[in-house]
Ligand binder design. Sequence first.
Ligand code: AFP
Length: 340
Amino acid sequence: MSKVTTLNEFIMDRQHDFAYATGELSRLLSDISVASKIVTRDVRRAGLVDAIQGAEGVTNIQGEAQQKLDLIADTQFIRMFESGGEVCGIASEENDDFVAFDSDLSKKGKYVVLFDPLDGSSNIDVNVSIGTIFSIYRRVSKTGEFATIEDMLQSGAEQVAAGYVLYGSSTMLVYTTGAGVNGFTLDPSIGEYCLSHPDMKMPEIGKQYSMNEGNINICEQGIQDFIAHCQEYDPATNRPYSGRYIGSLVADFHRILIKGGIYIYPDTKNHPEGRLRLIYECNPLAMIAEQAGGLATTGRKRILDIKPEKLHQRVPYIIGSKLMVERVVGLIEKSSVVEK
Ligand code: AFP
């Protein structure tokens, strides 16, 4: 039997991959894994415990009903970041403004973390997979002082690490520090994440597309043309592409990372800027996609090149297999020329 590599062993082995490695990023990744185990426990109990299931009765800054588990997960991660000492501040989907930690220890922290504690949470009550998405940056403000908004609004290309945790039929943690993508599955019997998907590569092309097709008539022509292309009969495979849409970004992305395919959430009449949030949904998955050989774009611009202007900024989002993303971008360009 081959030896199992735990996440902590792997993180320690790979520490030399990071520029300026001092062990702090390793500890931070390890803290994230611990918080995610606590959240896993809460997610697994959600159907049982009325007290932690269902809508909290408040709305977050984006006007979405916050589920109780969102808040529990948000609190778990923030506590972990605040006590760890590596992080000087955070921004999350559940907080209107960013949080600058005020202890002397935290003020010395080199990193900020931007995260969505429970993405896809509107799926909790129907038992569909949900996830945590995180993005780590080195601070640009002075060490020893409070974190600033400039720390939070860095372009995705500056990320030093990014990852997600998928609370699915098993819990998986997938992350990158810019030297490839690795996936770990939580073995509940020992409470450890074990390396299950080393050096993940996204296939260059897939046979699945993922989009809320309810929006097809209120999005731009290039996207409509691409979806029409996916629905054409393909003599090579004897069928059209398959439509797969969970409505839980982490779960949809995870499938595409493994099997290939494309996820599209364009700007629409009701979401003129797009629906997904740049800094804690789109950027981290874009870094993972690129590290695995895929692409992520608005249709006109590489996601990682966008300089965020505000915390909860939304963008149109196209992510997935290289050849498929290139094809949509081509169709968008073509239809834009025709419109002019
Ligand atoms: P929630 O976290 O509010 O459920 O939003 C989920 C999400 O950001 C992303 O995970 C989904 O892919 C997308 O929204 C679903 O949006 P639609 O319901 O408009 O398809």
